[in-house]
Design a protein around this ligand. Structure first.
Ligand SMILES: [Zn+2]
Length: 159
């Protein structure tokens, strides 16, 4: 009888275990309507990881154009607001109005910035550093953005 009970409880616990595993992998999934992200892009945009400094493709990009959200195409920054902060990430002292949302970071110290349309993680914003006259530095992961050069069509924003 005892053996049967053990076997029964083992069988019953199997669906529970697999349900837990499904929940763990779900964390990486994104809303299917948005642009498909690679595993690394999901880590940055959905799980708020940070590109290693000086590794992002746009850190030293000096071309004229618009930086849009990689996940939803929302125009975030103009190249005219990009400046060289030597911090290792693309830096902007202004955003396209209404496109970037500031929220308190989970670390309790910094201010996180996210796309105002899809809530994807962009980076952090710092004030009072004196880099430019606007005294603001949006420190943005290259991975969170796609650069569209001036003259090329901006893709439609996915709402
Ligand atoms: Zn977005």
């Amino acid at each position: 009888m005892k053996t049967i009970l053990i076997i029964l409880s083992l069988i019953c616990s199997i669906p529970l275990v697999s349900a837990c595993q499904q929940k763990a992998t779900k964390k990486m999934e994104q809303n299917a309507k948005f642009n498909k992200l690679s595993d690394y892009e999901k880590k940055v945009i959905l799980e708020k990881a940070t590109d290693r400094p000086y590794t992002g493709e746009y850190t030293d990009n000096k071309k004229t154009g618009t930086y849009i959200c990689r996940q939803c195409n929302n125009p975030l920054y103009e190249s005219k607001d990009k400046f060289d902060s030597h911090c290792g990430w693309p830096s902007f002292d202004d955003e396209i109005k209404g496109s970037v949302k500031q929220i308190p970071d989970a670390d309790g110290m910094r201010v996180e910035i996210v796309c105002n349309n899809c809530q994807g993680h962009l980076g952090h914003v710092f004030m009072g550093e004196g880099f430019t006259s606007k005294n603001t530095r949006h420190c943005v992961n290259s991975t969170s953005m796609v650069f569209v050069e001036l003259g090329k069509d901006l893709p439609q924003v996915i709402k």
